[in-house]
Design a protein around this ligand. Structure first.
Ligand SMILES: Nc1ncnc2c1ncn2[C@@H]1O[C@H](COP(=O)(O)OP(=O)(O)O)[C@@H](O)[C@H]1O
Ligand SMILES: Nc1ccn([C@H]2C[C@H](O)[C@@H](COP(=O)(O)OP(=O)(O)O)O2)c(=O)n1
Length: 680
């Protein structure tokens, strides 16, 4: 996940390959609640791991439900059988509507029937999301429900610790025109109290987002509860209903998340050698309503083929066709159409989307404001959005309103024909449903190497290159190339093979060739914070001064340098790279948009290295370090091949008098200034 202030996505040119999507949020949270309410254990597989599911898991555990990990994406839930072991709890539910609404209904009913008291709260935005229609329905039933701040909104107090009789004889009346989650919540909760009577729910308005109700009914059936449905107005839960665990249940991949990759396949030309995008884990027979996004994408010109539990998407009609569509049946996925509309041949109108206004943010306003930043003409109405593509695309800083879907949608603007990068603010908001969204996107997107930014940090030993490069990479969300480690690895591998690395031997042509072959065949692997040589962790061994000296000697051998070029070039991957070494800006990435030549006085550098070694418990003598360092500088600067020197367009940074943070800020300021994204 990109836990950084903003993520710059370079202009993208094509896409192709397979993606596996995380489990559906709607199914995951419903299944967790049903499993917790059932009798007996349930193994839940392919569960989504995201902010919203974590909130639900934490709440259920707090309520006394035992839940244990049962594999990478699986949990085993010990059902409570509708009985409450915990009678009083304060639950924090973040911004998870799929936890707040169903838990409100289930806990209000259980609190009233068993005599308990719960408080449910969330983030400030959750306290602005209406829940009044559900509260009204629960009060009709006789449940004590108190709105603790504003009537009709969370936070809520459910129950008062005493049992209360429930009025189950009359039909329970609920509105369905603000959120279908209120009806879902009642459908999930009422089987708990339908022992003696049929329980009837009447929807007193039009019902929006019906497909989500279908998911609810489908899952209720999997857990042994049948609901009789008369149109979309009347739902009857039969007397004697009782939750029974299915034993094992697998969560489908999220169809709303699939919409971004369906759109990607429709917008991006297929990368040569690929046949479009394949989305695994969800097919056209999905129980999720958002699968009907496929119909809308086809209308706009996408080619989508069902491959059994997978979808293959290719770009077909281009530009995409503008459409005029009632989107009530795909409220979440329809946002993705607003971004596809940026690539259409005319004006697209998305209608009947009033529910967008009460989601994670006011999504109609958000899509309009951010789309305009890209140059589109967008008209927004109470319940519609009209999008006309940009005639001239603009470089934009996309604000994401703590809304995962806004972030995911606008990432697709990176295919703009003007080849402008797109900046996504607060990219970690995708954690709500798809924590690895950007990683997954980058794994199937391609762009010419020169469009992938590289920040080069070259300079002499102990100037702080490694420290600075690692910090920059982590703050920009870029990959990191520690090129010195490659030369250190060659030195170490040579030593292990018994190959000499003395300067005299290295001058022998046959010996130089052998070292070149050794470098070309290095069996190395990098994992976060660790380096592996032939399967052995050599992280510590590489950092010794003798490894540094050996690296400096072998790095003067042209055959070794040539052998390592491709390995270094391959590190230039989306979304960008910070590369540290001696010749990053001069030889390996001569076209890099920012090159820093980092220096500090020899005395300072020797002191830093001394401190670094002593702090790691490695004995060191300052005078020896200074002499070694000067010898290394001389060799690195005077060798014939790729000597250490500043690139002509490098920015010189002498950090003798700067601390680490000041050096980082110097480079970030330079970098951001150069990117010239408009200020918000
Ligand atoms: N600007 C700085 N001010 C003070 N110490 C620094 C600075 N930059 C790096 N250091 C310290 O100097 C030591 C050497 O830094 P390192 O990044 O390993 O250098 P290099 O990669 O250039 O050999 C480390 O202990 C690091 O914490
Ligand atoms: N791009 C590079 C990186 C390192 N080298 C050589 C020269 C250096 O003395 C050694 C070790 O580099 P490294 O960056 O790990 O060393 P320091 O951390 O600066 O001490 O490798 C190189 O020739 N070209």
């Amino acid at each position: 996940m990109f836990d950084i202030p903003s993520l710059d996505i370079p202009s993208l040119s094509s896409a192709g390959g397979r993606v596996r999507l995380p489990g559906s949020k709607s199914i995951s949270n419903r299944v967790l609640l049903l499993a917790a309410l059932s009798d007996g254990p349930t193994l839940v597989e392919d569960l989504l791991d995201s902010d919203d599911t974590r909130v639900m898991l934490a709440a259920l555990r707090q309520l006394g439900c035992a839940i244990e990990e049962a594999g990478p994406a699986s949990v085993r839930v010990q059902g409570l059988g509708g009985r409450l072991p915990v009678r009083e709890a304060a639950l924090f539910l973040g911004n998870a509507g799929t936890a707040m609404r169903p838990l409100t209904a289930a806990l209000a009913l259980m609190a009233a029937s068993q005599g308990a008291r719960f408080e449910l709260s969330g983030v400030p935005r959750m306290h602005e999301r209406p829940i009044g229609d559900l509260v009204d329905a629960l009060r009709q039933l006789g449940c004590p429900v108190q709105c603790l701040q504003t009537e009709g909104y969370p936070p809520l107090r459910l129950g008062d610790g005493a049992p209360h009789p429930l009025h189950l004889n009359e039909p329970i009346r609920v509105r369905g025109d603000v959120s279908s989650q209120f009806l879902t919540a009642l459908l999930l909760a009422l089987p708990l109290v339908a022992q003696e009577h049929d329980v009837v729910i009447e929807v007193v308005t039009e019902l929006i987002s019906k497909p989500y109700i279908e998911i609810t009914l489908n899952l209720l059936q999997r857990f042994g509860v049948r609901v009789r449905r008369e149109g979309w107005q009347r739902f009857t839960i039969a007397r004697g209903s009782r939750y029974a665990s299915p034993g094992r249940i697998a969560v489908e991949a999220d169809a709303s998340s699939a919409s971004y990759f369906i759109a990607l396949g429709a917008i991006a030309p297929a990368t040569p050698g690929t046949d479009g995008i394949v989305i695994e884990g969800v097919g056209l027979d999905s129980i999720q309503g958002d699968i009907r996004f496929v119909e809308a994408a086809r209308l706009m010109g996408a080619e989508v083929v069902d491959e059994g539990n997978a979808l293959r998407v290719r770009r077909d009609t281009w530009p995409l066709k503008a459409i005029d569509l009632d989107c009530n049946h795909i409220p979440d996925a329809a946002m993705t159409l607003a971004v596809m509309a940026l690539y259409a041949n005319g004006t697209t109108t998305l209608r009947n989307i009033a529910s967008w206004r009460v989601k994670e943010t006011d999504r109609i306003a958000a899509m309009a404001i951010e789309g305009r930043k890209l140059g589109a003409t967008i008209e927004e109405g109470a319940d519609y959005l009209r999008v006309t593509p940009p005639t001239a695309w603009k470089k934009a800083n996309i604000h994401t309103y703590d809304d995962h879907r806004v972030a995911m949608c606008f990432s697709l603007a990176a295919f703009n024909p003007a080849r402008l990068p797109v900046r996504i603010e607060d990219p970690k908001c995708v954690g709500k449903t798809f924590p690895d969204y950007f990683e997954t996107l980058f794994s199937v997107c391609h762009t010419p190497a020169e469009r992938i930014p590289v920040v080069c940090i070259d300079g002499p030993t102990a100037s702080g290159k490694g420290t600075l490069a690692a910090e920059l990479a982590s703050r920009l969300g870029y990959h990191l190339l520690d090129s010195g480690a490659l030369y250190r690895l060659v030195g170490l591998a040579a030593e292990r093979e018994g190959l000499s690395t003395t300067e005299a031997d290295l001058r022998e042509p046959a010996h130089a060739e052998r070292l070149g072959r050794l470098a070309a065949g290095l069996d190395v692997r990098f994992t976060p914070g660790k380096t592996w040589l032939e399967g052995e962790d050599v992280t510590e061994a590489l950092r010794t001064e003798s490894a540094g000296m050996a690296a400096s000697r072998v790095s003067a051998v042209p055959q070794v340098r040539t052998a390592l070029v491709d390995l270094q070039l391959q590190m230039r991957r989306l979304p960008g790279l910070v590369a540290d070494g001696r010749d990053m800006g001069t030889v390996i990435f001569p076209g890099a948009p920012l090159k820093i030549y980092l220096t500090a006085s020899a005395g300072q550098r020797a002191q830093r290295r001394h401190k670094q070694l002593i702090s790691k418990g490695i004995p060191a003598i300052l005078a020896d370090l200074l002499a070694d360092l000067e010898a290394r500088d001389a060799r690195d600067m005077n060798r014939a091949h790729a000597p250490l020197k500043p690139a002509e367009d490098a920015v010189l940074l002498d950090n003798s008098e700067l601390d680490i943070e000041q050096s980082v800020q110097f480079v970030l300021k330079r970098w951001h200034g150069q990117q010239a994204f408009p200020v918000r």
